[in-house]
Design a protein around this ligand. Sequence first.
Ligand code: PEP
Ligand code: MN
Length: 340
Amino acid sequence: MIIVIHPDATPYEIDNITAEVEIQGWQTHISRDSGQTVIGLQGSGQTIDRFQLGQLPGVQSIIPITRKFKLASRNFRPEDTTFPVGNTPVGGNQLTVIAGPCSVESREQLLETALAVKAAGATMLRGGAYKPRSSPYSFQGMGEEGLKLLAEAREVTGLPIVTEVMSPTKVALVAVYADVLQIGARNMQNYDLLNAVGKIHKPVLLKRGMSATIEDLLMAAEYILKHGNNQVMLCERGIRTFDNKYARNTFDVNAIAMLKELSHLPVIADPSHAIGVRRHVQAIALSGIAAGADGLIIEAHPNPDEAVSDGPQSLTLPQFSEMMNAARQMAQAIGRTMKW
Ligand code: PEP
Ligand code: MN
């Protein structure tokens, strides 16, 4: 259940409403986004007399939420969540484009990519310094040295940095360098990690686990939101289905449309990890935009065939620029904008 507070309610009235439900055994979560104050009820208190509660001064309306996810739900917050990352907004009409290599490999590789993706219109730079690899013998990332290179690339280009954090013990360190903390698919249900990123006030890109349902993803977001960090982007990056011969994963375009309906959080499409095949990344990116995604995350590399990770799905820099032209046309066709 959420209690929508009247715009003219006084702090005293809000305290009184909170006390009234807490006394009945509920925990409360106050959200004050975009000028609207709402109180979310969590836990399992006594049955609330909605009529009586609705009579309290300061209560505008009461909305029952029967879904498991509450703070992530559109019932809780009907309007789209938007927040700035650097000086670009996420979640509004303008599409976000996060681009860069799968892994940070060297200063030269990162800077060349960062300058090219910026010139093509990307709004954020991605690059993994801590890499979750299926094999322990594969490249594991440059670690803090990679984070420093990302920070240098931000200095040069002005692009905010998106990078993965794999463990709760590394959250504080990664947060020193990153503008957005990425939770990878393999960690979507690492609840210690979700709690840790919920407690810091930095935006989070939460990638859908490869076998996670739409509800699993929203419940994972709920862990982060519960701590008061409501700067969460949901990312559809492809799920495991029965064909893995031709495509790496199955891009769940349905999930994009459904997530936009079920949740107020921005949704980002990751066609690179979804299809895993460079020549088809553009088509899948366009389908994500058409389905209502608020942005894309795309892997690009100066020389993908030499990339230490995810080369087969990484676009060359000219291909990235070409994809951006197509994305601009798609955005325009559905009434969305791109930065340039
Ligand atoms: C990545 O973004 O490079 C990555 C490892 O993604 P995912 O967690 O979706 O596999
Ligand atoms: Mn990758």
